[in-house]
Each structure stands twice: as structure tokens, then as C-alpha cells.
Ligand binder design. Structure first.
Ligand SMILES: Cc1ncc(COP(=O)(O)O)c(C=O)c1O
Length: 395
């Protein structure tokens, strides 16, 4: 029951090769695995704990290196995997009590009250629930151009009035312009920090001051999906704003640094009354048990998170190096697990060319940035393959 039912949890190299073959990823993937293996040896030699590097979506057998969805290709903490394995037979009960345990753990970590925490299957339900909340509470959202679409597109889809403020010349958020766009009848302001797709990070003190002022007029929603990957973490987290009673929501996910996108777990921190009503709606049907168990183990695995931050930075620097060597403009100082660059060609053409080189990059664009594309970092071998492909496509 331990491992033979779930080959993707096997750290052992031969098994992984066999599994890659069995799902049809073929010789290219096996070659990637070999260089991954040598990287793992290097990390071991450097005293860093390592685990296997899972395929992002074992069930999508398109043979491409998947650098399109900002997943964390390094895979979850081994401790999280073990925690799930040991709980596989405990799935008969609903999870309310376990949700409460995780809420307490998150509350302790973030310095807020458990009743201010809403836990869901990934953070996307929070984003869409929040878009719905906007439509019922004044219907007006202010955000930036070139930001994550969950809330703005969701709100637009539901009929809200969304104002998109242009980025500053250096591609960071123009917080002053965003503040100037907020009026007395604005419902909410969405700030993604670090931002997807630009990766840029707002200065922590500036954002705190901004949120304190703006939240007097409209609720400020700060999406911190990638915050644990940033150099300034944890000094730059904004949970304290909720603890201090400001009209602010903080959103987090286990899909990114915790590498649990496939398991689905996310949470928001918000004023308690709102958390009660929103939590009731968003948690309808509960949160999946193995995600809760894995999430708690991963939160405790600080060593894994530190190593993950280092690994992601190493891979991100490779993509930055490639953009610089090729002379392609890119959004500077990215702090997530992705880089946003101007390829000089329409994004769909770039995606097609990269696909021909075996690399899948994001298949959509952001209005105003048609020649810009976002590339996620992968494992060392995957990022190297991407750099090679970039040299061909952008030569
Ligand atoms: C900024 C941001 N927020 C939220 C999400 C949603 O992630 P999930 O539903 O996996 O938590 C994503 C996914 O890419 C994201 O980039």
C-alpha cells in the first residue's frame, strides 16, 4: 500500500525512469532525468536534502516540458508525501475538525485569530468567491494592468466595473495611480504581490502604508500566492494588517512554494465577520483531507521551504541570464517562480515556436503586452532545456 500504488511518490531513480517510459515521456525525458539525477547528487554533496522531481502533470502526456502554469516542478515536501501516505485509510470522515486544526496553525503563524482564516481547495475558490462578493457590495474593483486575472476577470464576468491602472514605466505597480483611481464607491482593490506575470514586488513598507490609507475607502485584497519565494520573506508579509483590524484580505496558496497544485489547498485571512460568511459559502462541501494533512506537514518542513526558495532562485536566475544574453527586455527583479519577457513576437507565435522545441509556455497574454510571454522555472534540466530553446527561438 505504501508505494506500489503510487509510482509518482517513488524517490528511487530506476522506478522513476520506468514510470517515465510507461507514461510515454520517452527518451528525452529519460535524458532530462539523468541530468536531474546528477544535480540531486550535487545537492546531496552540498548537504541539501533532496527528493524526486515529479512530472508536473503525469496524466497529460503531451511530451512537453511544462513551464506554462507557475507550478513548482520540484514537488512537495517528502514529509508532506509521507503524511498523506500514512493517512490514506482515514478518508471516511468529513474534514471540519481538521480544517479547524489547520486554521489554528495558520492563525498562529500569521498572528491572526483562527476565525479570521478561510481555508479552501486551492486559493482559486477564494478569488472567484471574492469576485462574487464584489458584485454584491458595490460592484467596483480597481487593480493594475498585467496582473493575475482570477478576481478582475471573474468580477468582470459577473458584471462588475473593473478599472485597470497602467503599470509604472519599470513594470512595477503604480501604487500612487492605483490609489488615485480609488473613489468612495470603490468596493475593492486587488494587489498581487509578487505580481503574476511580472514577478515584481512592492516595497513592504510602502504597501503597508498604502493598504492602511486605501482600506479606509475600499477593501484591499493582497494576493500573496508567491510571497514565500521572495527574497524579503517573511518580513514582507502583510497579515499584520488584518491582525490590526484594517479592512484587508490576504490570500495564500499551497500550490506554489509548497508544490501542491495538484492537491488543492489555499487560504485567506480577512475580517472575522466576513470570514464567517465567506467561509460558509466557499467551504461548502469541505476541504479535501489529504491536502490538509500534507499542508500541515509542509508548513512544518522549514528546511524544505528554505531549500525550495534557493532552488527556485537558481532556476529563475538562469532565465534572467538568458533574457539578458539574448538582449530581450524583461520585467526586472522577479520574485516568483517565473520571468516575464518581451519576445518581440506575438505571444501565440512565441508559444508555437517554443512548443516546436519541446517547451510549453503560457498560452495567454495580458492586454497591452501582446509580445510579452511568461515562462515558469522548472527543474534544473527543464530550465536548461528552456534556455536552449530560447536561444533557438529568439536568435
Ligand atoms: C497570483 C495567483 N493567485 C492565485 C492563484 C491560484 O492558485 P491556486 O488555485 O492553485 O491556489 C494563482 C495560480 O497560478 C496565482 O498565480
Amino acid at each position: 500500500m505504501r508505494q506500489h500504488n503510487n509510482q509518482n511518490l517513488q524517490p528511487e531513480n530506476n522506478s522513476r525512469r520506468q514510470w517515465l517510459k510507461s507514461v510515454g515521456l520517452g527518451a528525452g525525458a529519460v535524458a532530462l532525468t539523468s541530468s536531474v539525477d546528477s544535480f540531486v547528487k550535487d545537492l546531496h554533496a552540498a548537504g541539501m536534502p533532496t527528493e524526486h522531481f515529479p512530472s508536473a502533470t503525469p496524466n497529460v502526456n503531451d511530451g512537453l516540458v511544462r513551464l506554462s502554469s507557475n507550478e513548482n516542478a520540484f514537488g512537495p515536501s517528502k514529509k508532506a508525501a509521507k503524511a498523506m501516505q500514512s493517512e490514506l485509510l482515514n478518508l471516511a470522515r468529513y474534514t471540519d475538525a481538521t480544517v479547524d486544526v489547520l486554521a489554528k496553525k495558520i492563525a498562529k503563524q500569521e498572528g491572526v485569530l483562527p476565525e479570521q482564516v478561510v481555508i479552501t481547495n486551492g486559493s482559486s475558490p477564494i478569488l472567484f468567491g471574492y469576485a462574487d462578493w464584489i458584485t454584491k457590495n458595490g460592484n467596483k474593483l480597481v487593480t493594475s494592468m498585467a496582473t493575475y486575472e482570477g478576481i478582475p476577470r471573474g468580477a468582470e464576468f459577473m458584471g462588475a466595473d473593473v478599472t485597470y491602472v497602467p503599470l509604472a514605466a519599470d513594470m512595477t505597480f503604480d501604487l500612487d495611480a492605483i490609489e488615485a483611481a480609488v473613489t468612495e464607491d470603490t468596493t475593492a482593490v486587488y494587489v498581487c504581490n509578487p505580481n503574476n506575470p511580472t514577478g515584481s514586488m512592492v516595497d513592504a513598507a510602502k504597501l503597508t502604508a498604502f493598504a492602511k490609507r486605501v482600506s479606509k475607502k475600499a477593501q484591499v485584497f493582497i494576493d500573496e500566492a508567491y510571497i514565500e519565494m521572495s527574497d524579503a520573506y517573511p518580513a514582507n508579509v502583510q497579515s499584520k494588517l488584518v491582525a490590526e483590524g484594517h479592512n484587508v484580505v490576504i490570500c495564500r496558496t499551497f500550490s506554489k512554494i509548497h508544490a501542491m497544485a495538484g492537491q488543492r489547498l489555499g487560504y485567506a485571512i480577512m475580517p472575522a465577520e466576513q470570514a464567517t460568511s465567506m467561509g460558509r459559502l466557499l467551504r461548502m462541501g469541505g476541504v479535501n483531507y489529504l491536502a490538509l494533512v500534507a499542508g500541515m506537514a509542509s508548513m512544518d518542513d522549514h528546511e524544505n521551504l528554505n531549500v525550495m526558495r534557493k532552488r527556485i532562485k537558481i532556476e529563475r536566475d538562469k532565465l534572467i541570464g538568458a533574457a539578458e544574453a539574448l538582449g530581450q527586455p524583461y520585467a526586472k527583479h522577479p520574485q516568483g517562480n517565473f520571468v516575464y519577457l518581451d519576445t518581440g513576437m506575438p505571444h501565440d507565435k512565441f508559444a508555437e515556436k517554443m512548443k516546436a522545441q519541446g517547451i510549453k509556455v503560457v498560452g495567454r497574454t495580458w492586454p497591452g503586452y501582446d509580445t510579452w510571454s511568461r515562462i515558469s522555472v522548472g527543474t534544473p534540466a527543464e530550465t536548461d532545456a528552456c534556455v536552449k530553446a530560447l536561444k533557438v527561438v529568439l536568435a
